[in-house]
Write a protein that binds this ligand. Structure first.
Ligand code: SF4
Length: 573
């Protein structure tokens, strides 16, 4: 369904009567005999239950105070019984830390569910799969699938970012493992034993620009289609934005539990987030001023920040969220218990607390019209900004695409016949060189051979997105700028949205999932791969190579199927 098609079915701010989700969807795959039920999955599918996770940060090192503290917090949480899962970050802020897989295994042994963050920044698809096998073998089932922060620090300098997959691909991989991955063996293809992962995704409603907000939601749609079973928000303090996400999920009929992020805000953290030093976390000036004033108190603002967290719990519960994800530096289990108990106490009057969480970003975009009574949202969509005129380069590329690359139009047949003639001939190297030269000038082409220009409004996600995101923005953009180049480069999805919006086509960014690049096509001609049915776009559009003229000997030709050639990657159907 197009994201603008449906209208909300639930009114803003209504209390939720029990859990509205289909238990069979939220609770994950059936458990094999002998395996303990997944308490976290159950907390999201049991009517009336309000799920609670607490974030632990493993820290750098193996046996440093940070790891010992994390384990001692885990032990207290296991004894306390209020927490449904402990979430463990994966190299947060792009810095190395103890593997969350290792800590997850240790935590599970303490008798509490771990929820392991798995990110794509430091591992390619093979290593992610391998990590998932390790987790499955150890009985760790809850995963938060993320693209991850850009790596910034490591041994002898900045690490090389990987981003072979994005979070949508990672969810697809997990889904394949849950379904029993078919693997080629000596006796043919056979499925592996299905895993029981319960995987979720993250989203940030707290973006300022219309393009950032909409593209976050387009990507969320793909994550849900890829099998996300729960959705956790990024860190933010604007109640109207939390409510916007809730309305959108209801409007779209997405059957997925929502978890609100409740970060206990110290002054140093608030200052860093306000300065955009923590990717994706939003603290506007109005809130920073509040936190600065609170720290003048004799307890340095401790009580005020715990109370703020409790009020957020109350609001999220009252609004209809399915749970909270509590985080914050230096938190103890007692603090978490206080936040939950106080939140429970305040939940009955949650609407009275809303004015304390009215922290809009200046000029910030909201998807729905404001409800003047509550300060939240009405179910009606807000108008979008006026489209800008698309840049000339984009208009030229659209024209060329229409006449040369659109099946059954213009010169497509000629191009395909040319591709057939050039492919494997002595001219192929020159053809490839000229294509690469042209696309290097227009798009800083990385010569990946599995071109995604068609998918991102003729902007290359391999060269112009620092994280090679092919399905939508990461969570780190800030006021329209790229997480990695703030103030210097606009996020590639902000640019793509604006280009497409000029033609009313922005929702095409949500229309289908772009697969990860097929590296067997690396440094080959993407035009040949397209016209001859070898790349992902050709597969999506059903492009098949043209039939070859009959060979004189009558051998070596199969009608409509690319002929195998030595050293040449073949189409994957
Ligand atoms: S271009 Fe956008 S999606 Fe890519 S790294 Fe920058 S902010 Fe993230």
């Amino acid at each position: 369904m197009a994201m603008s098609d449906a209208r909300p079915t639930a009114h803003a701010g209504a209390h939720r009567e029990g859990n509205p989700h289909d238990p069979s969807i939220a609770s994950g795959p059936p458990m094999p005999a002998g395996q303990q039920p997944n308490r976290y999955a159950q907390s999201l599918s049991t009517p009336g239950s309000f799920s609670v996770t607490w974030e632990l940060v493993p820290g750098r090192g193996a046996r440093e105070p940070a790891q010992e503290q994390a384990l001692s917090n885990a032990l207290e949480a296991a004894r306390g019984g209020r927490i449904h899962a402990l979430t463990i970050t994966d190299n947060p802020s792009g810095r190395p830390a103890l593997s969350p897989t290792m800590l997850g295994i240790e935590i599970r042994a303490l008798g509490i569910e771990p929820l392991v963050h798995l990110t794509c920044k430091d591992k390619n698809r093979a290593q992610l799969e391998s990590e998932l096998y390790a987790l499955a073998r150890a009985g760790v089932r809850n995963i938060l699938a993320l693209s991850g922060d850009y790596p910034v620090e490591g041994h002898q300098g900045r690490p090389r970012p990987v981003f072979d997959l994005d979070s949508v691909h990672l969810l697809q991989l997990i889904g394949s493992l849950n379904n029993g991955l078919p693997v080629e063996g000596p006796k043919g293809v056979a499925p592996l034993q299905p895993t029981q992962f319960f995987a979720g995704a993250a989203v940030s409603p707290f973006k300022r620009e219309e393009a950032e907000v909409l593209t976050q939601y387009y990507k969320l749609k793909k994550k849900i289609e890829a099998g996300a079973r729960f959705v956790v928000t990024q860190v933010g303090y604007d109640a109207r934005k939390f409510h916007e996400l809730l309305l959108l999920v209801r409007e779209q009929g997405w059957n997925v539990p929502l978890i609100g992020n409740v970060y206990v805000l110290t002054y140093p953290a608030a200052r860093l987030m306000n300065a955009n030093e923590v990717p994706g976390c939003v603290v506007p000036d109005s809130l920073l001023r509040q936190v600065a004033a609170e720290r003048q108190a004799p307890d340095k603002g401790r009580e005020a920040r715990l109370l703020r967290a409790a009020k957020m719990v109350a609001i999220l519960k009252g609004m209809g969220y399915d749970g909270v994800h509590i985080g914050g530096h230096g938190l103890k289990y007692n603090d978490v218990e206080f936040i939950l108990a106080k939140g429970e106490e305040l939940a009955a009057n949650w609407e009275a607390l809303l004015p304390e969480f009215d922290h809009p970003q200046p000029g910030g975009f909201y998807l729905y019209q404001r409800d003047p009574e509550t300060g939240l949202n009405l179910p009606q969509r807000a108008p979008l900004g006026r489209p800008q005129r698309a840049p000339g380069s984009y208009r030229v590329l659209r024209f060329l695409h229409r006449w040369f690359f659109t099946p059954k139009r213009g010169f497509f047949g000629v191009m395909q016949a040319t591709a057939r003639a050039v492919d494997g001939s002595r001219l192929e190297g020159t053809f490839d060189f000229l294509e690469h030269l042209t696309k290097s000038v227009t798009n800083d082409c990385q010569h990946c051979g599995d071109c995604a220009l068609f998918d991102v409004a003729y902007l290359c996600p391999m060269s112009q997105c620092a994280k090679s995101q092919r399905n939508g923005p990461c969570g780190g953009s800030h006021e329209g700028w790229c997480e990695v180049y703030p103030g210097k480069r606009k996020c590639v999805y902000v640019r793509a949205y604006e280009r497409l919006k000029a033609y009313g086509e922005q929702e095409t960014l949500a229309a289908y999932t772009v697969p990860p690049p097929d590296w067997s096509l690396y440094h080959t001609s993407s035009w040949l791969n397209y016209f001859l049915g070898r790349d992902h776009t050709a597969r999506r559009l059903g492009i098949r190579p043209p039939a070859q003229p009959p060979a004189p000997s009558g051998e070596g030709v199969r009608h409509g199927v690319a002929e195998p050639q030595a050293g040449r990657p073949q189409a994957q159907s």
